[in-house]
Design a protein around this ligand. Structure first.
Ligand code: GTP
Ligand code: MG
Length: 194
């Protein structure tokens, strides 16, 4: 597996610690446990760069990774974990809101949804948020290795219909199915911005 040069730069729990840098950023957003950190690791061909866990709510800060010295991958904390306290949820909302609203260098958001379930209300809210801020996004349907080819097609169609976009890529961080297409989308967004 080809490895892409990547390094962890910082974990921000407050907008004042976002990198002071003009380089392009690609953000990974989605429900807790949907596979954001796994997507990041599998795209880069590096195990354990972004911490993954079967315990939802693992990633609680906004984590910045510098890729090929030229742009950032941004791993956002997941939403929709039922056991998270109200207070934490509010803090999460504010942090993400500020991030999405105040980062002109954010060239692409990748919204992850679980291929095995219909997109949730929070997923729809997230999508509205992105549209409200005029941010370009693609949807990645994760964990398709758990589905048959037929179920996979259905999941993709359902995500397209519910989220109102045809920019949906089926993905598995285990088989790496979909990684070529995800990289294409990332590279063209980053190239357009430079
Ligand atoms: P938070 O940081 O809590 O928001 O979660 P996350 O979205 O970063 O999820 P993470 O990557 O930690 O993955 C959660 C669980 O799903 C882990 O047990 C992963 O191994 C598993 N997982 C992630 N992607 C896939 C996939 O494509 N296929 C399968 N079968 N399992 C996956
Ligand atoms: Mg994570």
């Amino acid at each position: 597996m080809k490895e892409t040069k990547a390094q962890f730069v910082l974990a921000a729990t407050d907008p004042s610690s976002f990198p002071r840098d003009q380089r392009a950023e690609v953000a990974f957003l989605g429900r807790s446990n949907v596979g954001k950190s796994s997507l990041l690791n599998s795209l880069l061909g590096v195990r354990g760069l972004a911490r993954t866990s079967s315990t939802p709510g693992r990633t609680q800060s906004i984590n910045f990774f510098l890729i090929e010295q030229s742009y950032y991958f941004v791993d956002l904390p997941g939403y929709g974990y039922a056991k998270t306290s109200k207070e934490k949820r509010r803090a999460w909302g504010q942090l993400i809101e500020r991030y999405l609203a105040e980062r002109p260098q954010l060239v692409l958001s990748i919204l992850l949804v679980d291929a095995r379930h219909e997109p949730t209300l929070s997923d729809l809210q997230m999508k509205s948020w992105l549209q409200h801020h005029g941010l370009p996004f693609w949807v990645v349907c994760t964990k398709v290795d758990k589905l048959s080819a037929n179920e996979r097609r259905k999941a993709q169609q359902q995500a397209m219909a519910t989220l109102g976009t045809d920019r949906v890529i089926p993905y598995s961080s285990i088989t790496r199915e979909g990684s070529g297409q995800v990289w294409e989308v990332i590279r063209s967004s980053v190239a357009r911005s430079s």
